[in-house]
Unconditional design. Structure first.
Length: 301
């Protein structure tokens, strides 16, 4: 298909299906050597999905190897990166894509549902990124691409755990971008819109959810990887610390938290004066608590 990342070695976590599989296939098609990380099995044959994706890549003429390890285990995260070194001799890019959902209203959410989602998304992203960091630092190059979500950036009902994890990943990415800038290592986030096994968990229990599912099914997961391939390429070197979105054929750049308005009161603030002056002055700039679909009311283009 191309040679945008020819010869680079890329680790893709959660690459056994969905967007992760598309990442692995796209990177291989553009010349990268890919470590396909996933621990899931197919429900019918119980074979590892990572092995199947590796076979698909090889049958298309690409280079790939499987790393069947859990991102939630720090030692396993080290082994994922070591697999890249053992198989291909180096590591150039980490795509932190592995994820799970445990959707439930906050007031019913269990500790297990909270911890599982935080552990896979946020802790897993840290652990795999951290395992690659010494090699990136030593070679003075490297790229991280982390998956965030509008569930965190904007908001969604019934996904407090997922939203918190995905916003944590934004902070992780920014911190990496700043800490590793002097080593020519960049870090960015992508918020994908796509119909996958994870989004298929959305219940068709309301008119709003039925409409949301219909839109999601128009957003094909193979539309997401081209941006990641670019970010991992040499041409993507100037881009770091940013939050992108991909929705069908649209690419978005998200804002990042900055001061919107400021008020000063020479004699200082009291709770009373805040209620009388500050909040009424700031309220026109408040953000609404609305679901992420509200920011893209048009059909996918």
């Amino acid at each position: 298909m191309g040679n945008m990342v020819q010869g680079k070695v890329v680790v893709v976590t959660g690459a056994g299906g969905g967007i992760g599989r598309e990442f692995a296939r796209a990177f291989a098609a553009h010349g990268a050597r890919v470590i396909v990380n996933d621990i899931s099995r197919t429900p019918d044959t119980l074979s590892f999905r990572a092995d199947q994706v590796v076979a698909e890549i090889k049958s298309a003429g690409g280079e790939a190897a499987a790393a069947i390890e859990s991102v939630t285990d720090p030692a396993a995260a080290q082994r994922i990166i070591q697999a890249a070194l053992d198989q291909f001799g180096r590591i150039d890019c980490v795509i932190n894509n592995a994820g799970v959902t445990r959707d439930r209203f906050f007031f019913n959410m269990s500790l297990e549902e909270w911890s599982t989602v935080i552990d896979v998304h946020l802790n897993g992203s840290f652990q795999v990124a951290r395992a690659a960091a010494p090699f990136f630092k030593k070679q003075s190059s490297g790229c991280y691409v982390h998956m965030t979500s509008t569930s965190g950036l904007v908001g969604n009902v019934g996904q407090t755990n997922y939203a918190a994890a995905k916003m944590g990943i934004v902070g992780l990415s920014k911190g990496i971008a700043m800490d590793m800038a002097k080593y020519n290592v960049r870090s960015n986030c992508i918020a994908p819109w796509a119909w996958t096994e994870m989004t298929a968990n959305i219940p068709a229990d309301s008119a709003a959810n039925i409409a949301r599912i219909a839109k999601l099914k128009k957003m094909e997961s193979h539309k997401i990887p081209p941006l990641a391939v670019f970010l991992a390429s040499d041409q993507g070197a100037p881009v770091s610390g940013q939050i992108f979105g991909v929705r069908a054929n649209e690419i978005y750049l998200f804002t990042q938290p900055r001061i919107v308005r400021a008020l000063h009161r020479a004699e200082g603030w009291t709770p009373e004066s805040i209620g009388e002056q500050a909040i009424p002055a700031l309220m026109p700039s408040f953000f609404q608590n609305e679901p992420s679909m509200a920011i893209t009311p048009w059909d996918p283009i």
